[in-house]
Design a binder for this molecule. Structure first.
Ligand code: SAH
Ligand code: SF4
Length: 476
């Protein structure tokens, strides 16, 4: 069968800036679709970052409107949606191998409907791969097209079509999207979509489009609803939250927004991800002013070497980065910093790598995510011929990991004997007898306790540190 191509991706179009309209959706589900979905189930697998997890909550909202019920058992699902990530090659390979496994399920039961959504759908090369090698996928749905889900499912079910619907960019911010949140006490709230930064290695702006900030009123409205429903923690979400408002005409900045959200009666406010170039020192004062803003910031450095930072188009120097950390730690001594670091950027010399490691060591990071550079077709960095062998990159990665482990351990030791406020998340993944949660400083802590405590904030005394988490005891 041939795909009905309603729209397809084009990187050139993706980068065009558009006039942004806010659209309030009023979704109607036709009765015949509801009848079709009765007693049927859906399964969603999410890959990648928090933006994808939030999108999956919206897909779940749509599925629930259709009358479907969620299942966490893939084999039992009538509708399967894979929300994919394309930030590194490995993430894409994982999704393609997952699709291969689902093919067997579809061979046994042709009525199952398979949807590939998310960032991978936004790449032309993947559309070709789907058409040529994975043509059992029923719907390929782009990141700007999630509001077309009902219409597309209708075409699949009633007209027996296979569909590709991937717009290159969006001129719209959708409000009133349906949503089924994964947690009853922790919520993500989008504040910006897309990204305008164009770091030379990064594919995100091509997949998610130019930056679009939601209005401060819409964000506050959503936060107030969450406050009323008893949510304990809100994370303001964007690829670059610190540039919030730069595309709006009302002069509002991230510091304004954070101040307003933190003035609500919500025990914890968090935000993700900050960019050093757009960091406004007023943010430090807002954090200091509000006790409910978590004492934690994720501030990607990517490299500690100025010439590599320049090639990465990060637009700051190591000293500028270090000043933000120093100034924040001076005013808010209990704040913790985590970061992202890319190892093995094309042609990084031994000397540049040593400079980077030396500087990273100086920061004493409290947490970090580390990645080996992965060339992404379409980005500026992917055009550079890379002369660093894979083996050398692995060696550099190991050196960095050793520096960071030492730094995390030193940072964690400061908490031994201290009592922290912990929002209890779940039963620990590693030991069923333990509960697990995050402190106000975003430290992962495992401790013994009754599972009825999940969703509440408790006091936990830290007894030991284990590099990536702490162990503690509940304080009655
Ligand atoms: N907007 C966020 C997240 C971007 S993706 C930010 O700016 O921090 C998350 C992380 O993936 C990035 O911070 C970067 O460290 C890493 N990353 C992005 N592109 C990459 C690539 N091509 N290869 C390896 N790591 C990459
Ligand atoms: Fe990618 Fe840079 Fe934008 Fe982050 S800030 S999403 S790394 S382009």
């Amino acid at each position: 069968m041939k795909y009905n191509v309603l729209s397809k991706p084009d990187f050139k179009k993706a980068l065009l800036k558009k006039e942004i309209k806010t659209v309030c959706l009023n979704i109607k589900v036709p009765k015949h679709l509801k009848d079709f979905c009765k007693d049927k189930k859906y399964f969603i697998k999410t890959h990648g970052c928090q933006a994808n997890y939030r999108d999956s909550e919206i897909y779940k909202g749509y599925f629930e409107l259709l009358g479907l019920k969620e299942t966490d058992i893939l084999e039992k699902a009538d509708f399967i949606l894979i929300n994919s990530c394309a930030v590194r090659q490995k993430a894409e390979e994982k999704v393609l191998s997952e699709l291969g496994e689902i093919k067997q399920l579809k061979t046994k039961d042709k009525n199952k409907i398979l949807i590939l959504a998310g960032c991978m759908a936004q790449e032309e090369k993947n559309i070709r791969t789907i058409i040529n090698s994975f043509n059992f996928v029923d719907l390929v749905l782009g990141t700007h097209d999630l509001n077309n889900l009902v219409r597309n499912l209708d075409l699949i079910i009633t007209k027996n079509q296979q569909i590709i619907d991937v717009s290159s960019s969006s001129g719209c911010i959708y409000e009133k999207l349906p949503s089924k949140r994964d947690s009853k006490f922790k919520a993500f709230v989008n504040i910006t979509y897309g990204c305008d930064k164009f770091c030379s290695y990064c594919i995100v702006p091509f997949l998610r489009g130019r930056q679009r900030s939601r209005s401060i009123e819409s964000i506050l409205k959503e936060c107030k609803e969450l406050e009323k429903s008893g949510y304990k923690e809100i994370t303001l979400l964007g690829q670059n939250v610190t540039s919030y408002g730069k595309d709006l005409k009302d002069g509002k900045s991230f510091a304004n927004l954070l101040d307003k959200v933190a003035s609500l009666n919500i025990p914890r406010i968090n935000f993700l991800t900050s960019h050093p170039f757009d960091f406004d020192y007023k943010i430090i004062d807002v954090i200091k002013k509000h006790k409910n803003i978590m004492r934690y910031m994720h501030l990607p450095i990517q490299s500690g070497c100025d010439s590599i930072l320049k090639l990465m188009n990060r637009k700051y120097t190591f000293d500028e980065y270090a000043s933000i950390i120093e100034e924040t730690r001076k005013k808010i001594p209990d704040i913790r910093f985590s970061t992202d670091i890319i190892v093995g950027f094309p042609n990084e010399t031994k000397k540049q790598n040593e400079e980077s490691l030396k500087n990273i060591k100086k920061i004493n990071f409290d947490g970090a995510f580390t990645f080996i550079y992965s060339p992404r077709e379409g980005t500026t960095a992917a055009k550079i011929k890379d002369n660093v062998p894979r083996k050398e990159k692995t060696e550099r990665f190991k050196k960095l990991t050793n520096i960071l482990r030492e730094s995390f351990s030193k940072s964690n030791q400061k908490y031994i004997g201290k009592t922290l406020s912990v929002l209890v998340d779940s039963i620990s993944k590693t030991d069923k007898n333990f509960l697990s949660g995050y402190s106000h400083e975003n430290l992962l802590i495992n401790f013994k306790g009754n599972k009825d405590l999940i969703g509440s904030i408790v006091k936990v005394k830290v007894i030991s540190e284990h590099i990536y988490f702490l162990k503690g005891e509940i304080v009655i």
